[in-house]
Structures are given as structure tokens and as C-alpha cells.
Design a protein around this ligand. Structure first.
Ligand code: NAD
Ligand code: GLY
Length: 354
């Protein structure tokens, strides 16, 4: 078990990661006034663990599982339930679940009585390597992802791999989506990924890579907590296209769309001579080790239109973060027309390969 600490001006955030972290650190929370937020799947799997750790009288608010739960309506229901349960300013919100629970419960914690303590207990691979760390909270609104949100650091994150054994195969793929993104940002993580390409889902590999990804993210967040110095937006590699496709097609999950977005954006980066072919090929190999067939979207142009809402954009241009060389990425800006045209070209190439 290892700890990683992020010191930001307003809050220290400690991430306990590794086996045994839940057993040890959940017990320490029991003395506080707690409010647990979870989802229907996670509650079905882990209700006994929740009751054992926090007592069977602890208030538990359950949202329906899935991305469509990241709504303003569910947010206000959480706040209402907190009020009805008599939560005061000393209470602690515990987000027990994947990134959906983490994002909405984090937002509720940041709003209730102008902010109460927050602990993240991520139960998906994606949430352990990414969403539970760094304090971004959000709900989707008006057809746009994560458009209402705050920066609000969790006091603690308890990232214990004990929860990963019940994850469906697809959710492991989603977590690997964000992990491969880290590989494109960090040479050490890339080496680990390449040398385990046939072994990406093994427990030993996941334990090591979770720690390495959290460490990378923690360093970035410590430097650029509020995403306004140009550093934190690198964590959004693959996400401009990934988010647009996610909103439009909805059939896959966030982490899978990150990989598909990365694949389409690699095509653009190679075309614009930002990313050399050899390096692009090595990243494509990793992506294909997780998603065998990248979809050749027919109406990618309509989906691409949604990229105009991306928070990295300025003016009318579309901003992409793309791999440049090992451990280095670049920011590129394209007109909406150029962006759409290149995505269409990539879809045509993929169609030809099918
Ligand atoms: P999720 O929370 O929907 O979880 C995926 C599925 O796994 C759900 O059906 C859930 O019920 C189930 N599940 C969770 N834990 C389980 C377990 N241990 N065993 C069995 N089933 C389990 O999705 P996610 O992939 O964890 O998170 C995606 C969300 O995270 C997106 O909304 C995305 O925007 C957000 N995100 C936020 C950040 C951030 O920095 N805040 C970063 C990346 C992603
Ligand atoms: N997942 C992107 C960020 O936390 O900034």
C-alpha cells in the first residue's frame, strides 16, 4: 500500500492506493457523520461491505447506474437527501463507485452548505486511475458533457484493487482507455504498457499501472489544479473527439471512446506531421490490443460538430492534444471544416480496412 499526496493551495488530497487500503482507511471514517453516494450496480455488489465498513445505519443514496445519471436532477436529489438526513457542515460525502458517482457526488459535496468534506472510493479501473483524483466534478447538461461542474479536491481517495474483481470485462477496457492515454503522456508508463501488451488485464500489471497513473496525474494537478496553465489539459488527450463521439453515439462507454478518439486524432496528428508514423503505429498497437476493431463511423461529421463545445477550444477553432514523441504531446488547432474533413478521411480508411 502506498500514499500519494497532492498539495494544492486550499486543500491537501491524499490518495491511498493498493490492496488493504479500503479495510484500513474506511474504518477511520466511521467516527464521522457520513453520507454515502453510490449507484445501483455497485450497491448490489458491495452493500454488505458498505454496511460493514460504515455501519448499517449510514445514509446511502443510490443513483441508477450509468452515464445518463450525471444529471442536474440527480444532483438536486442528492442534495435534498443530504438535507433530509440532517447532514451538517461537518459531514463527509463518500463517493463509492465509478466515475459517474465520483463526478456527481463530488459536485454535491462542493455545493452542500458551500462545501463539505469529500472522500472518493473509486470502484472502477477508470475511476482509480483518473476520475477520483484531481478534484474535477461535473454533471452533463443541455446535451454537453461535464458542462456544469467545480474543482473540488477530495480530502482522501481510497483506491483499492479489491473492487476490480467484479468489474465486467468492458469496464476493464474502459480503464485501459485512460491508462493508454497516460502512456501517450509518460514514457515510463508507455514502456510498462509495451512490455505488458499481452498481459494488460493481469492483476499484478494493473496494481503497478494504477499507482503510476495516479502519480502522473497527481504531479500535473499539483502544478495546474484549475486547468488554466496549459499543463492539465494534456490529460485530455484523445478526449475532444472521444467526448464528441460519446455524446453522439452513446453506445460505448467513456473509456472506450477515449481510445477511439485517440485513434482518430492520431490520424490527424500523423497527417499534420506532428506525430511520426513509427510512434503513431506503436500507440495504435496498444489501442488495438484493447479495442480490436475501431468503428468506421458513417456520420462522423455530425458527431464532430459536438466538438465545438469542448472546454479546450478558443474562438472557432477545435483544439486537440495529440502525441508528438515518447512522453511528449502537442496542442494543435484546426478549423472546424479541416477537423471534420480529417475525421471523415480516417473513417474512410477504417472502412477500407474492414
Ligand atoms: P461508471 O461510473 O458508469 O461505471 C461503469 C459501470 O461499472 C457502471 O455500470 C457501474 O455501476 C459499474 N461498476 C462500478 N464499479 C463496479 C464494480 N466494482 N463491480 C461491478 N460493477 C461496477 O463509469 P466510469 O467508467 O467509472 O466513469 C466514467 C465517468 O467518469 C464519465 O462520466 C467521465 O466523464 C468521468 N470522468 C471524470 C474524470 C474527472 O477527472 N472527474 C476523468 C475521467 C472520466
Ligand atoms: N481527466 C482530466 C482531468 O482530470 O483533468
Amino acid at each position: 500500500m502506498k500514499d500519494i499526496t497532492i498539495n494544492t493551495p486550499l486543500q491537501k488530497s491524499v490518495i491511498h492506493c493498493g490492496e488493504g487500503a479500503f479495510e484500513k482507511y474506511a474504518a477511520e471514517l466511521k467516527v464521522r457523520q457520513l453520507f454515502i453516494v453510490t449507484d445501483s450496480n455497485v450497491f448490489a455488489w458491495y452493500r454488505h461491505d458498505i454496511w460493514r465498513a460504515f455501519g448499517d445505519n449510514v445514509p446511502v443514496h443510490i443513483i441508477p447506474a450509468g452515464e445518463t445519471s450525471k444529471t442536474v436532477r440527480n444532483l438536486t436529489e442528492i442534495l435534498k437527501a443530504m438535507l433530509d438526513s440532517g447532514m451538517n457542515r461537518d459531514c463527509t460525502v463518500v463517493a463509492f463507485g465509478g466515475g459517474v458517482v465520483g463526478d456527481i457526488a463530488g459536485l454535491a459535496a462542493s455545493l452542500y452548505m458551500r462545501g463539505v468534506r469529500l472522500v472518493q472510493i473509486p470502484t472502477t479501473l477508470l475511476a482509480q486511475v483518473d476520475s477520483s483524483v484531481g478534484g474535477k466534478t461535473a454533471v452533463d447538461f443541455g446535451g454537453v458533457k461535464n458542462v456544469i461542474g467545480t474543482f473540488y479536491q477530495p480530502e482522501e481517495v481510497i483506491a483499492d484493487p479489491c473492487f476490480l474483481s467484479t468489474l465486467p470485462e468492458r469496464e476493464i477496457r474502459c480503464g485501459l482507455g485512460e491508462i493508454i492515454k497516460y502512456g501517450a503522456l509518460n514514457a515510463r508508463i508507455l514502456t510498462l504498457l509495451k512490455s505488458n501488451i499481452n498481459n494488460l488485464k493481469s492483476t499484478e500489471f494493473l496494481q503497478e499501472i494504477i499507482y503510476q497513473c495516479i502519480k502522473h496525474k497527481a504531479e500535473i494537478v499539483a502544478e495546474d489544479e484549475h486547468d488554466n496553465k496549459g499543463l492539465r489539459k494534456t490529460l485530455n488527450l484523445g478526449h475532444t473527439t472521444g467526448h464528441a463521439l460519446e455524446l453522439y453515439y452513446r453506445k460505448k462507454s467513456h473509456g472506450e471512446f477515449v481510445l477511439i478518439g485517440m485513434y482518430y486524432e492520431l490520424y490527424i496528428a500523423e497527417k499534420l506531421n506532428t506525430c511520426p508514423q513509427n510512434y503513431a503505429n506503436s500507440l495504435r498497437n496498444l489501442i488495438k490490443a484493447v479495442i480490436k476493431r475501431i468503428p468506421a463511423y458513417e456520420d462522423v461529421a455530425t458527431a464532430a460538430d459536438l466538438a465545438k463545445y469542448d472546454k479546450k477550444n478558443s474562438g472557432l477553432d477545435i483544439t486537440l492534444i495529440v502525441p508528438e514523441s515518447e512522453g511528449k504531446c502537442a496542442e494543435i488547432k484546426l478549423s472546424a471544416e479541416q477537423y471534420t474533413q480529417m475525421l471523415e478521411e480516417c473513417a474512410l480508411v477504417l472502412k477500407g480496412q474492414a
